[in-house]
Design a protein around this ligand. Structure first.
Ligand code: ADP
Ligand code: MG
Ligand code: MG
Length: 251
């Protein structure tokens, strides 16, 4: 699904990613944890093609394609989805029209015809139920005046509509109460299939109790410094990151 090799990236001339290696197979859920400022959001941004970042070395292959050479929208059409830590508001554009455009652009890229209006509504209603999103939200402007929890739920709804192969959730749980976290986690779990994968970036073991990751990585100073099973998230919850930093210093 995804193979990242020795990825280096800079922003404003400052090196943030310093040799990321990461392999994600079909159906796997990987958690990425790590102290603030480690480069977690930078990794998501670089994979999805944010032009603020410059890739200075390394490779990233997604379903056999070199995504670093693809436009951001084509990466999305190939099935890469990034859920933002801080979703943007788009006043004047209804959720319905926004999603219709997004879904149909993807279909066009894949050589499929536009969805008929009725089929689109059916799809929207089906996916809305996955995240328990009230139908009134689909008539409102994208994220405008939505609460934090509603924005996050809306992100998962957008994800459900686009049916990505690899979803990256960048601290989608930050600022959520337990109930909203449960809705996000349930949505992710319901969408998970043996053919789809996810990267869950989080500070909290609680989310990883609900979305069971196969693999947990710790990103620190632009490198993945530790990789283990779900028990690593529990250990970090209890002990923080200092012991990992200490281990690195010993090396
Ligand atoms: P994380 O998501 O792990 O908290 P980020 O990827 O957001 O970390 O940030 C990694 C580093 O990149 C931080 O040290 C941050 O200060 C730096 N950084 C982010 N944006 C910019 C920018 N526009 N200019 C300079 N440095 C930046
Ligand atoms: Mg799995
Ligand atoms: Mg971040």
């Amino acid at each position: 699904m995804l193979e990242v090799k020795n990825l280096h990236a800079t922003i404003a001339g400052k090196e943030i990613l310093r040799g990321i290696n990461l392999t994600i197979n079909d159906g796997e859920i990987h958690a990425i944890m790590g102290p603030n400022g480690s480069g977690k959001s930078t990794l998501s941004a670089v994979l999805t093609g944010n032009p603020l970042y410059e890739v200075t070395a390394g490779e990233a292959w997604f379903n056999g394609k070199n995504i670093l050479e693809m436009k951001p929208e084509d990466r999305a059409h190939e099935g890469l989805f990034l859920s933002f830590q801080y979703p943007v508001e788009i006043p004047g554009v209804s959720m319905t029209n926004f999603l219709k455009a997004a879904v149909n652009e993807k279909r066009k890229y894949q050589g499929q015809p536009e969805l008929k209006a009725g089929d689109f509504l059916k799809l929207m209603n089906e996916k809305r139920k996955v995240v328990e999103l009230d139908s009134k939200f689909t008539r409102r402007s994208v994220n405008e005046g939505f609460s934090g929890g509603e924005k996050k739920r809306n992100e998962i709804f957008q994800m459900a509509m686009l049916e990505p192969k690899l979803a990256i959730l960048d601290e989608t749980d930050s600022g959520l109460d337990v109930d909203a976290m449960r809705v996000v986690a349930d949505g992710v779990n319901k969408m998970h299939t043996p053919e789809t994968s996810a990267i869950v970036i989080t500070h909290y073991e609680r989310l990883l109790d609900m979305i069971k990751p196969d693999v947990v990585h710790v990103l620190y100073k632009g490198r993945i410094v530790k990789t283990a099973g779900p028990e690593l998230a529990k250990e970090i919850e209890q002990r923080g990151y200092d012991w990992i930093k200490a281990e690195l210093e010993e090396e």
